[in-house]
Design a protein around this ligand. Structure first.
Ligand code: C6P
Length: 423
């Protein structure tokens, strides 16, 4: 059996049903069915990373068992099989985000890697001292620090698009910041710390009108909403496999072909060259020009299996289901005395960040863990967001399509109990 055959195996009844059947879906995720601290696990840390369905685990397992070899290098059967799976996965990603060509799908190690690639290749070679990169105040550190590094290297200026008290981008202020100095706008489609869904299409259109290119951080968005890079007309879009029910250490950078063609390589090494000579080296064509070294082959195969899995449920159905779960969570959590939700944007995805009067987030997180509830506490790699709201940390419950109302009821009960113990 080979890896792609395993992905096609008849699987859970959940995916064959027309309606969204969360209980059937949960059966596909082995890690959800365990006890933590003597309680059934309630996994609400999907913003950090998602659990894997059996189909992804099988795809990776089968690849290592039957087809494992390096790609693009060998004439032998295993290498050809591995290459076929690897390139078939690129097709899957292309379809998933509706890229125009396979040349536009670059495998990276994750969102962070993709954004750094754009900063160091596109921006470093196209921007000069005094040019401006606009980032929003709700960005993850991965979409701030690469631009600050570039500022130190070549003297670009990083400008911050402000937000309001709900955690929404101030669009008028954004438009006012745009000028002929703006060369890159780097914005998230979904805030990991607050859950805000940004008006990304409007942001892109305004940037283009000012002559800037747009880097979209899609790390959180891809698992919660359908993404069509051509409809968005973004220039670059980065995401990670591990938040998409796939493995860690794998991600994708989408870039418009015309931009990628003109960009210098980010890293040098095997696979990204056509000819190497001490008198001059010729780089490979896209997308290989940006894929130096042996890639994360099993990661790519697992990522494609994750995409296959969620496509069979459908991102529209997922978004609808999660919106209902978000509304339920918001309502139930808001009823807890002294609890304040940080991030109350009108358009939100299934993330609830909160504070409780007089209780430190890490104490709460520890007591929740003792009751089997996994949440993230801290600054969520978005320290400027914490600074804006005047807090050092929040507790964050981030839901996926395999969470249900019972999970939320447990979260609420466990939070109430923790509050009683800590007061
Ligand atoms: N956020 C969270 O708990 P990597 O680490 O490269 O896969 O993804 C980085 C990243 C970039 N942008 C956004 C919006 C993100 O949410 C993340 C990862 C995790 O919120 C881990 S810090």
């Amino acid at each position: 059996m080979n890896a792609s055959a395993s992905i096609q195996d008849p699987i859970s009844s959940a995916l064959n049903k027309k309606s969204f059947d969360v209980e059937a879906i949960r059966k596909d995720f082995p890690a959800l069915h365990q006890q933590v601290s003597g309680h059934p696990l309630v996994y609400l840390d999907n913003g950090a990373s998602t659990q894997k369905p059996q189909q992804v685990i099988d795809a990776v397992n089968n690849f290592y068992k039957h087809d494992y070899s390096n790609v693009h290098r060998g004439i032998h059967t295993l290498s050809q099989r591995a290459t076929d799976h690897f390139e078939a996965a690129r097709e899957t990603v292309k379809r998933f985000i509706n890229a125009n060509s396979l040349a536009e799908v670059i495998f990276t190690s994750g969102t962070t890697n993709g954004i750094n690639l754009v900063a160091q290749s596109y921006a470093r070679s196209n921007l000069k001292a005094g040019d401006e990169v606009l980032v929003s105040a709700i960005e993850h550190h991965s979409n701030i620090v690469p631009w600050q590094i570039l500022a130190e290297q070549i003297g670009i200026i990083v400008k911050v698009i402000p937000i309001n008290e709900h955690g929404e981008i101030l669009m008028d202020e954004y438009r006012a910041l745009l000028s002929d100095k703006s060369k890159v706008v780097a914005v998230t489609q979904l805030s990991n710390a607050l859950g805000t869904i940004t008006p990304i299409k409007e942001i892109i259109d305004a940037a283009h009108a000012a002559g800037a290119v747009v880097m979209v951080d899609g790390a959180q968005a891809v698992a919660h909403t359908p993404v069509d890079v051509q409809a968005l007309d973004c220039d670059f879009y980065a995401f990670s496999g591990h938040k998409l029910f796939g493995p860690t250490g794998i991600g994708v950078l989408y870039g418009k072909q015309v931009l990628l063609e003109a960009m210098p390589p980010y890293q040098g090494g095997g696979d990204m060259i056509k000819v190497v000579s001490f008198s001059g080296t010729e780089y490979n064509e896209l997308p290989y020009k940006f894929e130096a070294g042996t890639p994360n082959i099993a990661g790519v195969i697992g990522l494609a299996a994750g995409i296959d899995y969620i496509e069979r449920i459908g991102l529209d159905a997922i978004a609808e289901y999660e919106q209902d779960l978000l509304d339920y969570t918001t309502e139930q959590m808001s009823a807890i005395e002294g609890l304040r939700i940080i991030g109350t944007a009108q358009h939100k995805a299934s993330i609830v960040s909160f504070l409780i009067d007089g209780i430190h987030a890490s104490d709460l997180g520890t007591l929740l863990d003792h009751q089997g509830v996994a949440v993230r506490v801290g600054h969520h790699c978005a320290m400027p967001v914490m600074e804006f709201f005047g807090v050092s940390a929040t507790t964050r419950a981030s839901m996926a399509f395999y969470n249900n109302r019972a999970d939320i009821d447990t979260l609420v009960k466990a939070t109430r109990k923790a509050v009683e113990m800590l007061r």
